[in-house]
Write a protein that binds this ligand. Sequence first.
Ligand code: UDP
Length: 337
Amino acid sequence: MKVLLAGGAGYIGSHTCIELVNAGFEPVIVDDFANSSPIAVKRIEEITGRKIRLYTIDVCNEEELEKVFKENEIGSIVHFAGYKAVGESVKLPLKYYRNNLDSTFALLSLCEKYDVNSFIFSSSATVYGMSEDVPYHEDLPTGCLNPYGWTKYMNEQILRDYAKVHPSFSTVLLRYFNPIGAHESGLIGDNPEGIPNNLMPYVCQVASGKLEKLHIFGNDYPTPDGTGVRDYLHVVDLAKGHVKAIDYSIENKGSIEINLGTGIGYSVLDVVNSFEKANGIKIPYVIDGRRPGDNATSYADPSRANKLLGWKAEKTIVDMCKDAWNWQKNNPRGYKE
Ligand code: UDP
């Protein structure tokens, strides 16, 4: 079965593409490389030994996107395409709302036209907002803190509403926690532009000497060591969750929200210590003030994924730190050759 991966050359999309090939699916990547690289697709081909069908198209451009549906019998869609920098979304809300919602409108209108009834959406734990009710389970009230988060929230609602009036349609809204790590080959991984916003890419650039030290955003949170606690999961585990979600969507109709996380919370200092132990590299750090919009603790109740998808994260924090560093070490400039 052909699976359209919208934004399939990105960090999570590229890892998912590999797991789909491993599971016998035929991925078709649609990506305009706005925030990714064609080299990622070459690397996927190197890892899988398969030629990957690729369309260099902006997913928001429905007219061009239709070509993909005309030329391929698409059985399922996984929608990863979207801008994802929280800070930028606050400064440029229109850019985020337009891009992150238009892509969904284009995909759904083509789903309607070409009778595609399986749709997996990259949502995020960000939809739980500042809730202190951990672990987060899917029935908690949702609400967001920035335009990026609201685009996840709104896309979920658009998909739920679409599913209500299309009885054959099935959508799985995957709420990711904090994906880190990289494929064990070290050929693909997270490739942020400029100075990273997220913890693990920042730690990796400190380890490589590119950045001088880590700035820890606050050590006065109500957590065991005062630093923020998150549910970090290995990107390959996350990728496998998408394969399970496709299987589920083929068997079940309607819409469902599903958390993908380990259910374990690690603090920033836990991550630093694990990285140092796993890789034998010291990470110098300073404690700075809290970052606006960060909450103290976020981790998943992953029981719905266990029960409905038969999915459970398998890799440890040590695996995540080793694989993240292996990628960084082998590709100090990311995909830039
Ligand atoms: N963090 C930090 N320094 C950084 C980046 C992140 O101390 O340079 C902290 C952040 O405050 C949070 C955790 O690391 O507690 C994870 O942050 P990240 O941006 O990776 O994910 P998110 O905040 O979206 O969960």
